[in-house]
Every structure is written in structure tokens, then in C-alpha cells.
Design a protein around this ligand. Structure first.
Ligand SMILES: NC(=O)C1=CN([C@@H]2O[C@H](COP(=O)(O)OP(=O)(O)OC[C@H]3O[C@@H](n4cnc5c(N)ncnc54)[C@H](O)[C@@H]3O)[C@@H](O)[C@H]2O)C=CC1
Ligand SMILES: O=C(O)C1=N[C@H](C(=O)O)C[C@H](O)C1
Length: 238
């Protein structure tokens, strides 16, 4: 596959490593505004840039018939607009707040647990994420996905950060700490006991591996707006 890497920071460099190990050809790397002629040499672009650049990077790919996989967080207020551009350009677009296989299993577990807990009124849910000091956005995209999954399965209506004590809103705590690649915890608490599920990333390799797998997958798809659920086809309980 001919690959473009949009955003050559911590994730862009890890994607390069994984893509090389899977014998893909990297035809374009940028950490700046796109050179469209160079971009058009790629079959698929992988975007791990900054919140301010993600929307333009994604829509430029779609307008130039390059399939695009994005993991940049902090720009999702424009997600529906990007999906509309994908549809009107008959393009291929996949976004994931977290590409690691383990987190995608954790997402399924989170939805399942939320459904089970929704009838148990003695418990309140709260969430915590911890990331490295350079992270620009808070709460993390993954934490927002986890909160949205709980909202879909329960009477919670929204989330807030920093956390407030509110029966209708899920409190999300965010901590920034040297060397943490990504930690997420969902806790249900009552006067009697506590139930917690958590995921801890040991490096950035899982995120980059998932993004390259998604790029390989989207290369063989028809036009559409996709998620990691489509790629992984996890065997989830109903
Ligand atoms: N979905 C997932 O699995 C994961 C998502 N992320 C997200 O990916 C993003 C990048 O993370 P890191 O690599 O850690 O950040 P980073 O700060 O190390 O790298 C971002 C890079 O983008 C570059 N950049 C700035 N303007 C650009 C533009 N117009 N076009 C292309 N690149 C541009 C910056 O110069 C920098 O090199 C963040 O939003 C982060 O939250 C990070 C890890 C996993
Ligand atoms: O910035 C990061 O590093 C990460 N960002 C993503 C997020 O915001 O959820 C995914 C992962 O947790 C690492």
C-alpha cells in the first residue's frame, strides 16, 4: 500500500515504524499544510496531527480521492461535517478515538457493563483518564467515547470535566503525568462496593498497529464512513 503520514510527531513516527515492518511504501510525510500533488501519490493517508488541522487534512484527502484514517482527537465538533464531505465525494473515511485492539475490546465491555448497571440505582459512575504531559486535549477522545457509550445504555444524559456530582452527568477526571501512554478507568460506586474496569497502554505501538490495520482494511472497501468496529468485527455478547 502507498501510504501518506499526516502529522510526524510521536504517533506519526510510530506509524512509520509499523508501516515499514509490514512492507508498506511511505510516499509522503508531513507535519505541515498539505502538498496536494504529493498527497495524491498515496492510496491511504493516516492522520495523527493536531485538533486545528484534522478537519482540513481529512477533507483534503477526500476531495482528492485518497482514503483517510484519522486518530486525531479534540476536533469532533466537526465530525458530522467531515462525514458529509466523505459522502458527497463518494470517499472512504475511518475515525477512531483509539485504534488499539485492547481498547476496542474495552469499549465493548464498557457498553455491556453500562447496560447491566443501568437498572441498579444505588451506583454512580465516574471515569478517570491519565496521559503524558504533552497531551493537548482533556478529557481524552477515548474517555469521551467511553462516556458516550454509557450514555447510550443508561439514563445518564451528558458528561462533564472536571467532574461534578450529578446523577445525570458522568464526571470525567483527567490527570497529566510523565510517561503515561494512555490509562482509562470506569468505576461504578455504591455505599456497599465498587466495580471498576480499566485499560492501560504499555506503549504507542498498539495505537499505530491498529491504524495501519485500519488503513489496510479501508483500501479494499467501497465508499463509506467507517469505524474500528467495522475493521475488527469483534464477537460481542448481546
Ligand atoms: N486514536 C488513537 O488511537 C490515538 C490518537 N492520538 C491523537 O493523535 C494526535 C497526535 O498525537 P501525538 O502524535 O502524540 O502528537 P504530537 O504533538 O507528537 O504530533 C502531532 C504532529 O502534528 C504536526 N502538525 C501540526 N500541524 C499539522 C498539519 N497542518 N498537518 C499535519 N501535521 C501537523 C505537529 O507538528 C506534530 O509533529 C493527538 O490528537 C492525540 O490525541 C494519539 C495516540 C493514539
Ligand atoms: O494523546 C494521546 O497520547 C492519546 N490520545 C488518544 C485519546 O485522546 O484518547 C488515545 C490514547 O489514549 C493516546
Amino acid at each position: 500500500m502507498k501510504l501518506a503520514i499526516l502529522g510526524y510527531g510521536k504517533m506519526g513516527k510510530t506509524v512509520e515504524e509499523i508501516a515499514n515492518s509490514r512492507n508498506h511504501e511511505i510516499v509522503y510525510i508531513t507535519s505541515d499544510e498539505l502538498d496536494i500533488a504529493a498527497l495524491k501519490k498515496a492510496d491511504v493517508a493516516i492522520d495523527f496531527s493536531i485538533p486545528e488541522a484534522a478537519f482540513t487534512n481529512i477533507t483534503s484527502c477526500l476531495e482528492n480521492k485518497v482514503a483517510v484514517v484519522s486518530g486525531t482527537t479534540g476536533w469532533l465538533n466537526q465530525y458530522e461535517e467531515a462525514a458529509d464531505v466523505c459522502r458527497s465525494e463518494s470517499g472512504r473515511f475511518l475515525y477512531a478515538s483509539n485504534f488499539s485492539v485492547g481498547v476496542n475490546v474495552f469499549f465493548e465491555l464498557n457498553s455491556y457493563l453500562a447496560k447491566m448497571m443501568s437498572a441498579l440505582e444505588d451506583y454512580t459512575v465516574n471515569m478517570k483518564e491519565i496521559h503524558h504531559l504533552e497531551k493537548k486535549d482533556a478529557p481524552s477522545g477515548t474517555a469521551i467515547s467511553l462516556a458516550d457509550q454509557i450514555i447510550n445504555e443508561s439514563s445518564y444524559q451528558t458528561w462533564n470535566h472536571p467532574p461534578q456530582n450529578d446523577k445525570l452527568s458522568i464526571g470525567i477526571e483527567a490527570e497529566r503525568k510523565e510517561g503515561v501512554f494512555g490509562f482509562h478507568d470506569v468505576t461504578y460506586d455504591s455505599a456497599i462496593d465498587t466495580i471498576s474496569i480499566s485499560h492501560n497502554a504499555k506503549s504507542r505501538k498498539g495505537f499505530a498497529h491498529g491504524a495501519v490495520i485500519a488503513a489496510e482494511w479501508i483500501l479494499n472497501q467501497e465508499q463509506g464512513v467507517y469505524s474500528m468496529k467495522d475493521v475488527l468485527q469483534l464477537n460481542t455478547p448481546t
